[in-house]
Design a protein. Structure first.
Length: 360
């Protein structure tokens, strides 16, 4: 069935709707993902909440949707745009086709769109609002600036516990990906997942050995009202921040964040670790970046940098046991070569407890 993708800049693209027609149009910020595989993880990563995702790889859906690769309990994207959507998947683990899965959640899958032309629009003019609809002559309501998806819509409401082990990590849930939890559990940690706005005193009562600030949707500045609480927490306990967690760490220490033209979304973003001079291929999904000049006087230093465009990809604190990454060391989708950072996190926790004892 013919449907259209309308962009905020006036461009219109025709496509075939592979899912059942929904009454209402899908609205959202349009972004593109460049990985060849990993669509199931992308769709269910809460950081993509309310975004329309264009997959640049021209054939999406080959291996269907299985039960193991969900990053959360449901898809969060507003819509999906592909060149060729394969509905006759083939994989021994598949339970649904991509179309069936999206249908279940009333999310449109628009195919046979000239995705290269769409991406050129986004690269030149930046991510913008878009609509998928069967309606002709639709105009797109322009965005009011930043991303409006809020972590409150995806964060847990109750504390949940996973794993066993002698190190206890409190994972502050801004919209965490399941593979972050899995990575910590694999390290032999006991993990408590807590709501994003849990207060310092309550966190202290949980007696964590370390804090993990998760990824999540939206503009990090929407959480400005929480920064005082977050600063107290991460100044007290060894902390690792991932993506939104990285941006919030920068803001909490007085740094700034800004929206990028079209962000980084893919599975092969090169990042250099300035400490070791090694380059890693990384998995990424973000629209905002930490503004490097704003870090002056914050005690935070740039530890990781994007090799393509030199943007800040991670931080470390000069004195406190804190490090962050703008990219995703848990991968999924993408290369697992940065998973070592979860070991480093535990090592940092061990070193810190030794240091605390030495000063006691
Ligand atoms: N994956 C994330 O945590 C994304 C962080 C933030 N919402 C951004 O788009 O930059």
């Amino acid at each position: 069935m013919k449907n259209y993708l309308y962009l905020e800049n006036g461009s219109v693209f025709e496509g075939d709707l592979l899912t059942k027609s929904t009454e209402k149009a899908a609205n959202g910020e349009i972004v593109f993902f460049t990985g060849m595989t990993g669509y199931q993880e992308v769709l269910t990563d809460p950081s993509y909440k309310d975004q329309i995702v264009v997959f640049t790889y021209p054939l999406i859906g080959n291996y269907g949707v299985n039960e193991n690769d969900f990053e959360s309990k449901k898809p969060h994207v507003a819509g999906v745009v592909v060149y060729e959507g394969n509905m006759s998947h083939s994989h021994y683990q598949a339970k649904n086709s991509l179309g069936e899965y999206l249908d279940k959640w009333n999310i449109p899958l628009l195919s046979h769109v000239d995705t290269r032309a769409v991406v050129k629009n986004i690269r030149q003019e930046g991510s913008m609002q878009a609509v998928i609809t069967s309606e002709e002559g639709c105009t797109v309501k322009p965005s009011q600036g930043g991303l409006t998806a809020h972590v409150a819509e995806v964060s847990t409401k109750v504390i949940e516990s996973f794993g066993e082990g002698d190190k206890h990590i409190v994972l502050m849930d801004f919209g965490y990906k399941k593979s972050i939890l899995d990575s910590l559990v694999q390290q032999g940690c006991r993990v408590s997942i807590v709501p994003f706005d849990t207060g310092f005193e309550q966190i202290k009562e949980l007696q964590p050995d370390g804090i993990l600030l998760s990824n999540g949707p939206g503009d990090p500045k929407q959480l400005e009202y929480l920064l005082g609480n977050l600063k107290k927490i991460i100044s007290k306990f060894p902390t690792m921040g991932i993506c939104l967690g990285h941006q919030l760490t920068a803001l909490a220490f007085g740094g700034n964040t800004k929206k990028m033209l079209f962000g980084h979304r893919g599975a092969n973003q090169p990042v250099v670790d300035l400490k070791t001079k090694k380059v890693y291929m990384s998995s990424q999904n973000h629209s905002y970046e930490v503004d490097e000049p704003s870090l002056q006087g914050t005690s935070l230093q740039v530890r990781f940098r994007n090799v393509n465009d030199s943007t800040v990809e991670g931080l470390m604190h000069e004195d406190l046991p804190i490090f962050t990454t703008q990219y995703h060391p848990e991968a999924n989708p993408g290369p697992i070569e940065s998973s070592q950072l979860f070991n480093d996190f535990l090592q940092m926790i061990n070193d810190y407890s030794g240091r605390e004892k030495a000063y006691a």
